[in-house]
Design a protein around this ligand. Sequence first.
Ligand SMILES: Cc1cc2nc3c(=O)[nH]c(=O)nc-3n(C[C@H](O)[C@H](O)[C@H](O)COP(=O)(O)O)c2cc1C
Length: 181
Amino acid sequence: MMNKLLIVYGTRYGTTTEVVREMSNTARELGAHVDVVHLEKGIPFPEPENYDLVVIGSGIQAGQWTKRPLKFIEQKLESLSKTKVALFVVSGYAGNPDKVAEAQANYLDSMPEKYPGLSPISTALIGGKFEFKKYNLVIRALVKSIVKSQLPPGEEIPEKIDFRDWDMIRDWIKGLVQGIQ
Ligand SMILES: Cc1cc2nc3c(=O)[nH]c(=O)nc-3n(C[C@H](O)[C@H](O)[C@H](O)COP(=O)(O)O)c2cc1C
């Protein structure tokens, strides 16, 4: 059992915040102590060595993690290499069967190569959300054209598309807390 968990993350549109909320609630229900840090809030980075498990995640945009979780990994690499670490991303491609393997490889499996010493015990590719009213006009047009190309011709684009699988999210964190992943 992992008793002390740290979850750190970055987000652009808030999807990852909701995912992290579900993860922390699930872990707390199992009796774990959970600290959650939204890394873009400008506070000092927490110390990984104080935890049994450090979960690091980000929403993905244009193929990229948000900057602060990457900075956290870079700055804390030495202590992270001595701690159990799990990584997750919240990604639109996770909801597209043709893109899942590419997303897993690019956003998650590539991380130990980019950050030598980082050795995640588990990774999760979590479906994201498109919520068009949250985007400015340029981004909205861009994302709509991508989504449209993936829909059957003539099909209307809904205002919101949510690929998050809450059972998968809960099962992943449960497995981690119970030490079975
Ligand atoms: C402008 C834009 C670009 C995106 N690019 C990608 C991408 O390259 N790959 C991907 O998997 N998802 C992409 N997405 C989908 C996001 O990963 C998804 O909306 C996710 O929920 C965002 O998480 P956040 O709200 O926590 O930032 C993109 C979304 C937007 C709005």
